[in-house]
Design a binder for this molecule. Sequence first.
Ligand code: NAD
Ligand code: TYD
Length: 341
Amino acid sequence: MTQKLLVTGGAGFIGANFIRLALQEGRAVVNLDALTYAGNLENLEDVAKHPDYTFIKGDIAEREVVTQAMEGADAVVNFAAESHVDRSIDNPDIFLRTNVMGTQVLLDEARHRKLGRFLQVSTDEVYGSLGETGKFREDSALAPNSPYSASKTGADLLVRAYHKTYGLATLTTRCSNNYGPLQFPEKLIPLMVTNAVEGKELPVYGDGKNVRDWIHVEDHCRALLLVLDKGRDGEIYNIGGAAEWQNIDLVRAIIRIVGASEEQIRFVKDRPGHDRRYAIDSSKIEDELGFQRTYDFETGLAQTVAWYREHQTWWEQVKSGAYRDYYAKMYGERPDAGGDL
Ligand code: NAD
Ligand code: TYD
C-alpha cells in the first residue's frame, strides 16, 4: 500500500525538495504549511496537481488543523520551523511558538493516534560550537547558543520524552548546513550568490573564519527517507556533508564562479553568540543504514549557482516580496510581513 506522509513545512526550502523526492518514490504526501515569509507554494507548482499530493494551509501549533492533516497518515516528517538564526536573535518568541509548542502539538496528536513513525528534522546547531578540532557525535552534549538552536533543542528533548514516556516511535535527524535550489536568499549561499550577481555588497560576519559543514539538500532528503524506512525507534542520526568551509573561502569561491569582484566583500559586525565551527561525524547513519552522499561540494556549489542564475525571476520576486502577491491571489491574504530583504 502507498505510504502516506504528513510533511509539515513543505513549502520551505528542504521540505519542497523532500516532497518532490517522496512523490517520485511513489509515496503520498499531505503538506501542512502556514506559509510564513519562508513558505512559497511556487516551490511546488510542478507537483501541485499530482494525484498523491494535498496541500493544507495551517499552523502546526493549532490542534484542530493538525488533527485534520494527520488523518490517515502513516508517518510525520516535521520540517516546519522558524529557521533563521539572525531572525531568532531579533525576535525569539515566534521560534518558541512554532519550533517548541508546534512540535509538541504534532507529537501529542501522533501519540493519540499511535502513529507508526514521527521523524523530527533537527540540526547540528543543537550541539553548540566546536573548536578547531573534533566533530559532533549523536552523544555529544547539547549546548545551543542561539534562540533558534535552543528552540530546536527544546523540540528534540520533547521528541525524546514522547518516546521514553509514551512509547511513540520517534526518529531524530541532526543535519549540517544545507544548500541547493529553492533556498530562501537570507541564508549565506543564496544571499551571496544573488548579491554577487546583482553587483551588491557581500556582508561577511566577523573575521569570516567561522566554519560550516555543507550538504546538498538532495543528499539530506535522501538521508531522511532512509532514516524513515530503516531507522531504529527512538534513535538520533547525524547527517553531515563532509565539506567544512570557512565562510570567507566559500564567499571567494562563489565570487569566482559568478565572475564577480572581491571588492564586493564587506566585513561587518559579528553575529552575537556566533558559533565558531560545526563538523559532523556521520558514521552512525553510514555504518548502520548505508547512507552515501551523491554530491561533492564543489560540483554541488557550481550547480547551485547555475540554478540561481537560471531562476533569477524566482529570487528577484522573493527578494522584493512580490511572491506574496501570489498568496493574495490564492488565499485573499498575505503571509506575515517579515520577508523583505
Ligand atoms: P525554511 O525556513 O525554508 O522553511 C520553513 C517552512 O516551515 C516554511 O515553508 C514555513 O512557511 C513553514 N512554517 C513555519 N512556521 C510554521 C508553522 N507554525 N506551521 C506550519 N508551517 C510553518 O526552512 P528550511 O531551511 O527548509 O528548514 C526546514 C527544517 O530543517 C527546519 O526544521 C530546520 O530547523 C531544519 N534544518 C535546516 C537546515 C538548513 O541548513 N536549512 C539544516 C538542518 C536542519
Ligand atoms: P546561515 O546561512 O545563516 O546559517 P547558520 O547560521 O544556521 O549556520 O549562516 C552561515 C554562516 O555564514 C554563519 O557562520 C554566519 C555567516 N553569514 C555571514 O557571514 N553573512 C551573512 O550575511 C549571513 C546570512 C551569514
